[in-house]
Design a protein around this ligand. Structure first.
Ligand SMILES: Nc1ncnc2c1ncn2[C@@H]1O[C@H](COP(=O)(O)OP(=O)(O)O)[C@@H](O)[C@H]1O
Ligand SMILES: [Mg+2]
Length: 503
């Protein structure tokens, strides 16, 4: 490892209208290390990196590269200074080949076409050196997400990046792909490349980082290392208060099977079988977690249980012994199903509606809110205010348009409405995706609370930490089937990760 830092960002401040996105932020990266920027949504990580890449200019502060003040006025000047960036959203042209994408925008003396062979040869070299295994001649649209990400990395390496920024690279990857990426990144640091890694997944951060800088509300709240910090401490630095990452789960005696799936098969949007012969019981007092990479039939299974998608002949779905195989959403609701959908704004809440309207979405016919046949608006307001307070939904008012709230607050709103319906079964899909740690902690505690009083909970999640922290039993869904069912006490992350990849 070199002594002088490759990158120093000193006292960077950046304001947007009404937001201090970076407030006097300083951090540095040495060649040969992975330095992680850790923080909740909106903490200022991407802004800081966009300043480094010349996409924004800081209001004050300086950027130094290799000990010298650097003026980075555009991505082109960043690349000239050997800074590379893999954005959260890939910047590849799907109809072009890998080589064509890499060649795009290269300063080239000769024509673009004539150089393609040379570009391909160099791509193969780089690919070999770092174990990236990408075919230069293949079109981007044919590649998996993980492969596309590798093309972005190759693009940066091709331009001789000595400092590589990866903004939430693992958000789109399977656990297996994450492992592969980490091997590649380690190979790069062995060659003295400096890496800025952005993530909010704590176990990844602890696994990969040499050093960690934690941001909250635009400010650095701490510098640490994996040796000095654990998940709990990192979470608290991110959130700024004590958090309980895995809620205490008291022993609960299992009750009857409330949700029963028998030989459930479901067609997906393209007419092929998305769910294939799934059978499962969820008992009163337990949380069954379905782990899996999304796209393996979880969404279709959830929609079928909720009455939003028809099941194939031979399937059976019951709640408390009532047959719901052919039921519609209001019928499933009437027997006590609460549904927290994966796509919040599509199936869970109406963006154009006010907060209070979304809180009433499922029970506007409730006699509590009527008097002499008319809506009792005072009662309605009182009820909505109570839910907002109880679930700490951060909203300026009950009449705020729901689309103006953050993702986490919309999720809490849906949770509040669903749990208030006194369900017998809760079906929660990706209950905390995109939700801050503080809100996730709250949602988890609520789910455990419902479990404790005898609700049967089926939780679908891609987040293994969430599954391991909450579930009593765990199944893995792969290519439409449940490929494993294990007790929480005997489940390991490695085993589940393998099953998720079809191993
Ligand atoms: N182009 C922009 N215009 C206005 N506000 C922005 C812009 N980019 C980011 N912000 C705000 O700056 C803050 C930090 O955002 P960001 O750097 O994207 O955070 P992170 O990457 O840590 O999630 C947020 O409050 C965000 O809404
Ligand atoms: Mg970001």
């Amino acid at each position: 490892m070199k002594t002088a830092p490759l990158l120093e960002m000193r006292n960077i401040t950046k304001r947007f209208p009404g937001v201090l996105a970076n407030d006097n932020v300083s951090f540095d990266v040495r060649g040969g290390e992975v330095h992680t920027l850790l923080g909740e949504n909106g903490a200022g990580k991407s802004t800081l990196m966009k300043i480094l890449f010349g996409l924004y200019q800081p209001d004050s502060g300086e950027v130094r590269l290799r000990g010298e003040v650097a003026s980075i006025t555009s991505p082109t000047s960043a690349i000239e200074k050997r800074v590379g960036m893999v954005h959260q959203h890939f910047m590849l042209v799907p109809t072009l080949t890998v080589a064509e994408n890499v060649a795009l925008g290269l300063p080239s003396a000769r024509g673009f076409r004539t150089d393609l062979d040379a570009v391909s040869a160099r791509i193969l070299e780089i690919s070999e050196q770092y174990g990236l295994s990408v075919d230069p001649g293949i079109e981007i649209w044919k590649l998996s997400v993980g492969e596309r990400q590798r093309v972005e990395i190759i693009k940066a390496l091709y331009r001789d990046a000595e400092l590589l920024v990866l903004d939430e690279p693992t958000a789109v990857l399977t656990p297996q792909e994450v492992d592969d990426l980490f091997v590649i990144l380690r190979q790069m640091t062995a060659n003295d490349t400096g890496i800025v890694f952005i993530s909010h997944k704590l176990h990844e951060v602890l696994e990969l980082s040499d050093r960690i800088t934690v941001l909250r509300n635009g400010r650095v709240t701490g510098y640490t290392t994996p040796a000095e910090a654990n998940r709990q401490q990192l979470a608290e630095m991110m959130v700024g208060r004590e958090v309980n990452l895995s809620p205490d789960k008291p022993h609960v005696d299992l009750g009857l099977a409330r949700l029963q799936l028998r030989h459930v098969s479901v067609k997906g949007d393209r007419g092929t079988m998305a769910v294939n012969n799934v059978s499962l019981d969820v008992h009163a007092g337990e949380i069954v977690g379905i782990a899996g990479v999304s796209g393996n039939g979880q969404r279709e299974l959830a929609e079928t249980i909720a009455g939003l998608r028809p099941a194939e002949a031979g399937s059976s779905v019951t709640i408390d012994d009532i047959d719901l195989t052919k039921a519609n959403p209001s019928q499933t609701r009437a027997v006590g199903l609460a549904y927290v959908p994966e796509e919040r704004m599509k199936d869970g809440a109406v963006g154009d509606f006010e907060v209070s309207e979304n809180l009433l979405l499922i029970n506007h016919g409730d006699p509590r809110f009527r008097s002499r046949g008319l809506f009792d608006f005072a009662k309605i307001r009182e009820h909505c205010q109570r839910l907002v307070d109880q679930f700490s939904v951060k909203t300026p008012s009950l009449s705020t348009k729901t689309s103006a709230l953050s993702g986490g607050n919309i999720q809490k709103l849906i949770m509040a409405r669903e749990l208030d319906s006194k369900p017998s079964v809760i079906l929660a899909a990706q209950p905390t995706r995109g939700v801050d740690i503080g809100a996730a902690e709250y949602i988890h505690a609520e789910l455990v609370q419902q479990r404790n009083v005898g609700v049967a909970i089926l939780m679908i999640s891609e987040d293994l930490d969430e599954i391991l922290g909450l579930a009593d039993r765990i199944a893995v869904m792969f290519e439409g089937q449940l490929v494993a069912m294990v007790d929480r006490t005997s489940a390991t992350r490695e085993e589940l990760g393998l099953a998720m990849a079809g191993g």
